[in-house]
Design a binder for this molecule. Structure first.
Ligand SMILES: [Zn+2]
Length: 329
């Protein structure tokens, strides 16, 4: 994903330059994070020790959503190592996601495709859990599970956190039947293969799914697309995302306020390019729930110690209640 406004870093960099001179400061461009053309993406030094999810609220306080379970999914993903599209580690991640979903009784569909990228043609895979409803209409949830191609980048928050939330949501939602179908999408290839975010080198998986749903005739049935991305920070602060559909953003923020999370779902706005745009471009009402203003964004410091089970549980709770609201519409 890509932040269009309100970047927090340049001001800090300039302040640093003023204080210490350019040699003492690292800009994002100087940061030696860009991955080599070929794997491996991980050096031995990058392995982080698992944290304990000791801040998880009891599930009965968050609508049944178990923050510890969501956290355990993040631990599992991080243990696979860096997971860029086409890597061996992402294949392990795909197997894990599909096996978890099946264990909850979800119907699982996978779409293996290949995408032409700046690194050549890469195999990618979308995974879709489908929960049937009693009336026509689909509520679509989504997350990306690939990680940015950077050395030692394990994406605990960026890729891991929202995927952990969606797996725990699937456990709860696959046991239920509502008025509308609920589909939960796990996208490959959200991250730009190049260091910079330049279209069309991003959102490969969500563009593929939106195109497939358009062809199958399912896309007009999608009443709302609910995206989560980077939701695990212990210092979580989610701004209204300004490309997102207003009524859907309002519904989520009203839901969060009713649940007592106004300190996390704040009224400020930011603009983030992300997987929701693949659906917005096709006129599907969409909302992006994201906290991109994390100091460790796209650095090797995006590790498990940044992740809070409580934050995962709060986001999961808001998604559960948001889906309930949409089932009444
Ligand atoms: Zn990212």
């Amino acid at each position: 994903m890509h932040l269009n406004r309100g970047r927090p870093f340049p001001t800090l960099v300039w302040a640093c330059v003023l204080l210490f001179g350019a040699a003492g400061c690292k800009t994002k461009a100087d940061n030696p994070q860009a991955a080599p053309a070929n794997p491996p993406f991980m050096t031995a030094a990058a392995a982080a020790s698992p944290q304990i999810a000791d801040d998880a609220p009891p599930p009965d306080k968050t609508g049944g959503f178990d923050g510890k379970r969501a956290f355990a999914h993040v631990v599992k993903q991080v243990a696979f190592g860096p997971r860029p599209a086409g890597s061996a580690a992402i294949a392990q991640t795909q197997d894990y996601i599909a096996a978890e979903l099946k264990s909850y009784g979800c119907t699982v569909e996978t779409d293996a495709f290949s995408a032409d990228t700046p690194a050549g043609r890469l195999p990618m895979k979308n995974i879709l859990a489908k929960i049937p409803g009693s009336s026509p209409g689909i509520i679509l949830l989504g997350t990306h599970y690939d990680t940015k191609r950077l050395v030692n980048f394990v994406g605990a928050d960026d890729g891991g956190s929202s995927t952990g939330v969606m797996l725990e949501l699937a456990r709860l939602l696959c046991a239920k039947r509502g008025r509308y179908a609920v589909w939960i999408a796990f996208f490959d290839g959200e991250e730009a293969v190049r260091k910079e975010w330049v279209d069309p080198d991003n959102c490969y998986g969500s563009r593929q799914m939106a195109a497939r749903l358009a062809t199958s005739g399912d896309l007009p049935k999608v009443k709302a697309f609910l995206l989560a991305d980077i939701v695990g920070s212990g210092d979580l602060r989610i701004k209204r995302e300004s490309y997102s559909t207003k009524w859907l953003t309002d519904l989520f923020w009203a839901t969060a306020a009713r649940l007592g999370y106004s300190g996390i779902f704040v009224p400020d706005e930011t603009a983030v390019e992300d997987d929701h745009q693949s659906f917005l471009k096709r006129n599907v009402p969409s909302v992006n729930i994201i906290d991109l203003e994390i100091p460790y964004w796209h650095t090797a410091q995006d590790t498990l110690d940044k992740i809070s089970a409580k934050s995962l549980a709060i986001v999961g709770h808001v998604f559960l209640e948001g889906v309930k609201q949409l089932q009444l519409k």
